[in-house]
Design a binder for this molecule. Structure first.
Ligand SMILES: Nc1ncnc2c1ncn2[C@@H]1O[C@H](COP(=O)(O)OP(=O)(O)OP(=O)(O)O)[C@@H](O)[C@H]1O
Length: 694
């Protein structure tokens, strides 16, 4: 069963001779074009070589000769691969592999079950990556912002103010597609899209520009666009970009994140006028948790007019626990015709299209590591989804085994869509082998050796980030390098201040946990270090993606121990990546910095002991308080009166006073005898309590 409803009006399908359908080879055409370009480059290179050879007297040194032999050898292989790729694209008949029970050894070997991707994942629209720098040769013939036909004047003016000269490849592909999809007449609905593009390739503007341009003509202010991001820092960053784009329009943008009070945000969202709520914003940028808070708590926060739902870092949001935000959101958007969207019904007919028109927002998913897990994607109920994916080099579909190193940017596992884990072309990846006990010192020596002035160092946990930041601050005490911690352990306010100081250059290095690994965009980071090998390839992709952004060069270094190396290498090879070159530090670092390192470790140990003692004291104090409280519960005499008891007493007193008044009128006043001994507080409380019980 198709995972998603197939739309009869989908322009991507064409009839073949025998009446069956097949996807047009849009992506195949692009792949073929890329291949031809590569082959032409190879031939040209070879011709020049032959010409050079003809004029040269000297014989090529042995290795060069081997090089040309290897190249020649490779050529026919490449052509063969070209054929393979053509074969690959033909729809293959399902394999009839099965296991013969009790057969001989050969037949017993279970065939590897290859994950069959849904057709929309298997046939993505390929975005040909390239150099993003405006003055790069690839961009000489790229239109400038003013020459782009599909951008209106206000958008161009806003982009110029943001110092944007050219659109990036992912923007040139996605923006016109969204504008065109939205221009379809009712009841044809725009297809939902998933965009998988490298970190720093400009995905934010790829969705922000069409949304702002399409909403800028709105008349009434209603929430028509919702942008959801996994963390508050990212939401703040995207909010700033969209606000800058809206500066030339009347659109209002609002940021909802736990960094502000709920009441203050409610003030910005809605206003009550003559008993009716009106929206004060057009575009809302938020995190899933905060969205649910407002869906429950903010009266008048209406999403019935929602036109766009953008999910940035979509795989992170789909992985995480805030899955139920989709359920809450759905209950606030127009009623959903589930069976229609979940693909359990027959393909859409005109009446159904008409019935479902405007019922769901246009869903736009973006990530550098998009998930292809059908179950997770199913939750989003995408409508005839379309995948855009970026590749920098020809995705050569070849088997990559653990030992050999695959070419960068090639996804060889047929269970993954093309370009799934593409990293920026300007990124240089390196690694450094060290011992676990010397890792802080190795990090210190690398920063000193390469004189890095702006670096990020990622650890696998917040505790590790906290400890490492402490040790590095001690090691860098003598030098001018300032290091700070940035992890989930700190409050959002402290994290913002630290990030601001780092952006301004007051701090040189941040020791971060992976909370910051996604999306954060800080310019000119020299190097991103992984202090510990990342546990998952996605984490690695997002960590290294903090540098080499927007076409700028960047370096990523991973600190590995002998034990980590093989696992890390396999993790990269599985997605067709390589480890890069090895860098080393002087083997005498331990001797050179023995004193300061020992001092750092001792102060860390001392701090940990103090913290442990503090924790023990806190534990004892809470235990004692619990005991005292328990005792007070047991003999209530010492327990101070509760609020209810005081109210009862007050009510009792009033009754007593009334009774006394009537008695006093009838009875002579008592003689002044010896004054009674003053009762203690305890006796007073016991007496009051007795009075209540009576
Ligand atoms: N057309 C453009 N011209 C110049 N700079 C651009 C352009 N588009 C985006 N940028 C800049 O590139 C940087 C990265 O953009 P953005 O954060 O949108 O990338 P991204 O793909 O969302 O990255 P990530 O996957 O890490 O979130 C930003 O500093 C942005 O200002």
């Amino acid at each position: 069963m198709e995972l998603f409803t197939v739309n009869r009006y989908n322009e991507d399908f064409q009839k073949t001779k025998d009446g069956t359908r097949e996807a047009t080879n849009n992506e195949d055409e692009i792949l073929q074009k890329l291949l031809k370009k590569a082959a032409k480059r190879k031939r040209k290179h070879k011709e020049t070589e032959v010409v050079e050879e003809a004029t040269k007297e000297t014989v090529l040194p042995e290795e060069e000769n081997q090089e040309t032999q290897k190249q020649e050898a490779q050529e026919p292989q490449e052509e063969a691969q070209t054929e393979e790729i053509q074969e690959e694209d033909e729809p293959q008949s399902p394999s009839n592999d099965f296991q013969v029970l009790g057969g001989d050894e050969a037949t017993q070997k279970k065939r590897r079950v290859e994950m069959q991707l849904p057709s929309w994942l298997a046939h993505p629209t390929i975005i040909e990556g390239g150099n993003l720098l405006p003055d790069a040769e690839d961009n000489q013939n790229v239109e400038t912002i003013d020459q782009v036909s599909y951008l209106d004047k206000t958008t161009c003016a806003a982009l110029k103010q943001m110092k944007i000269k050219h659109l990036f490849p992912v923007q040139r592909q996605v923006i016109p597609w969204i504008l065109e999809a939205q221009s379809k007449p009712p009841p044809f609905r725009p297809r939902d899209i998933c965009v998988s593009a490298p970190t720093g390739s400009g995905k934010t503007l790829a969705f922000a520009i069409p949304i702002v341009q399409l909403l800028s003509q709105r008349v009434e202010c209603k929430v028509r666009a919702l942008v959801v991001l996994p963390v508050a820092e990212l939401a703040l960053q995207v909010y700033r970009v969209i606000s800058a784009l809206c500066s030339k329009t009347e659109l209002e943008v609002c940021l909802l994140s736990k960094q502000h009070k709920l009441e203050d945000e409610q003030e910005k969202l809605v206003e009550l006028y003559k008993g009716k709520y009106y929206s004060k914003v057009d575009i809302v940028v938020t995190t899933p948790g905060r969205l649910v808070d407002h869906l429950h708590a903010t009266k008048g926060f209406c999403l019935k007019s929602l036109k766009f739902l953008v999910i940035d870092e979509a795989d992170r949001i789909m992985d995480a626990v805030f899955q139920n935000w989709l359920y809450h959101l759905d209950s606030h958007v127009k009623e959903t015709t589930d069976q229609l969207l979940a693909g359990t019904q027959a393909p859409l007919c005109y009446a159904e299209l008409e019935a479902s028109f405007g019922k769901q927002p246009h869903k736009l998913l973006f990530s550098a590591t998009l998930s292809q897990d059908p179950e997770k994607l199913q939750n989003l109920r995408l409508f005839q989804p379309r995948l855009f994916t970026t590749v920098f080099t020809m995705p050569v579909m070849k088997e990559v085994t653990g030992e050999e190193e695959g070419d960068a940017n090639t996804n060889t596992d047929s269970g993954q869509f093309v370009g799934k884990y593409t990293t920026p072309a300007e990124l240089t990846e390196q690694f450094c082998i060290t011992e676990l006990r010397l890792k802080p010192l190795t990090l210190f020596a690398l920063v000193e050796k390469y004189q890095w002035k702006r670096f990020l160092c990622f650890t696998n946990s917040t505790d590790q980030a906290n400890r490492l930041a402490f040790v590095m601050q001690t090691l860098f005490k003598e030098s001018h390098t300032r290091v700070a911690e940035l992890s989930g352990k700190l409050t959002a306010k402290v994290r913002n201040l630290t990030l601001r100081d780092f952006t301004r250059g007051k701090i040189n290095g941040l020791i971060c946990s992976d909370a910051l690994a996604r999306g954060i965009d800080v310019a000119d980071i020299d190097v991103v270090l992984s202090y510990e090998a990342p546990r998952h390839i996605k984490t690695h992709i997002h960590r290294v993606g903090r540098t080499a952004r927007a076409g700028r060069k960047g370096t990523a270094v991973t600190l590995l121990t002998e034990q980590d190396q093989s696992g890390f290498k396999k993790m990269l090879n599985d997605v067709g990546k390589v480890m890069g070159e090895e860098i080393q530090v002087s083997p005498d670092i331990e001797i050179e910095h023995a004193a300061i390192y020992k001092q750092a470790l001792n102060s860390l140990r001392h701090r940990q002991e103090t913290e442990k003692a503090q924790k023990m004291a806190d534990k004892k104090r809470t235990a004692h308080q619990a005991l005292v409280h328990k005792k007070k519960q047991e003999n209530p005499v010492d327990r101070p009166l509760t609020f209810m008891e005081k109210l009862q007493l007050k009510a009792g007193d009033i009754q007593e006073e009334d009774a006394k008044k009537t008695k006093n009128n009838a009875k002579p006043k008592p003689k002044q005898g010896k004054s009674k001994p003053k009762e203690t507080k305890k006796q007073k409380i016991a007496k009051e309590r007795k009075a209540i019980e009576e």
